[in-house]
Design a protein around this ligand. Structure first.
Ligand code: ATP
Ligand code: MG
Length: 240
């Protein structure tokens, strides 16, 4: 039986909200407005996953699927230094791939699964899970097919998390929600509908606070209190 590993986000407050960090054997989804820190958390996890478990890391490699072209190797350097790690060695342990279509994204996952059976990975990032689906399936008539393909990809992610004891961290976009009433305080909801809601083990909603401050809320988890954590985006990555 595999045991859960919790990987630090770099913020103690955020780790506490998550019960210790981002969990293996699970899918953690982060959605929220632009510049709310979803990709910055991905970069921080690229480094913290490689820390020894005694330092709240995962002692493993990282796979990064980038659908928006926002991965920045240069950004890894100060984050690695902040955690006292050698940036070159950290970068060598990040397997990076840019996906251009949803089919490409799916094929990359198949290839990564093969790699994970050979080498010890502890984190798979998909930033973002939905962007290419929204490009490749436009129009109302294609929605059912889109959701079916999305479900297939998510089930692949679940399998990877469970088979290789890996944490899956995926980001999601927000879409306008008419809400059907005037009492909607936040008109934004996560994209991907029920299919995505069902696949994510933990759903996190990010929003901007003052300056570099960001707020994370556990979203739509009936078994957890509606608590929030405040964190910062710093040159050294996510922090308190
Ligand atoms: P999107 O929806 O557009 O993908 P996102 O949630 O992924 O947005 P991020 O790219 O994670 O947003 O966050 C961008 C923010 O991170 C910037 O607005 C800036 O505040 C902060 N940031 C980026 N680099 C640094 C840095 N080197 N030092 C401090 N803060 C930084
Ligand atoms: Mg981003």
């Amino acid at each position: 039986r595999k045991s859960v590993v919790r990987i630090t986000t770099g913020s103690q407050a955020l780790d506490e909200l998550l019960g210790g960090g981002i969990e293996t054997l699970a899918i953690t989804e982060a959605f929220g407005e632009f510049r709310s820190g979803k990709t910055q958390l991905a970069h921080t996890l690229c480094v913290s996953t490689q820390l020894p478990t005694s330092m709240r890391g995962g002692n493993g490699k990282v796979a990064y699927i980038d659908t928006e072209g926002t991965f920045r190797p240069d950004r890894i350097v100060p984050i690695a230094e902040r955690f006292g790690m050698d940036p070159g060695a950290v970068l060598d342990n990040i397997i990076y791939a840019r996906a251009y279509t949803y089919e490409h994204q799916h094929n990359l996952l198949l290839g990564l699964a093969a790699k994970m059976s050979e080498e010890p990975f502890k984190l798979l990032i998909v930033d973002s899970i939905i962007a290419l689906f929204r490009v490749d399936f436009t129009g109302r008539g294609e929605l059912a097919e889109r959701q079916q393909k999305l479900a297939q990809m998510l089930s692949r992610l679940t399998k990877i998390a469970e088979e290789f004891n890996v944490a899956v961290y995926m980001t999601n976009q927000v879409v306008a929600d008419p809400g059907g009433g005037v009492f909607v305080s936040d008109p934004k909801k996560p994209a991907g509908g029920h299919v995505l809601a069902h696949a994510a083990t933990v759903r996190l909603m990010f929003r901007k606070g003052k300056g570099e401050q960001r707020i994370c809320k556990v979203f739509d988890a009936p078994n957890l209190p509606e608590s929030e954590a405040v964190f910062q985006i710093t040159p050294g990555g996510i922090a308190d």
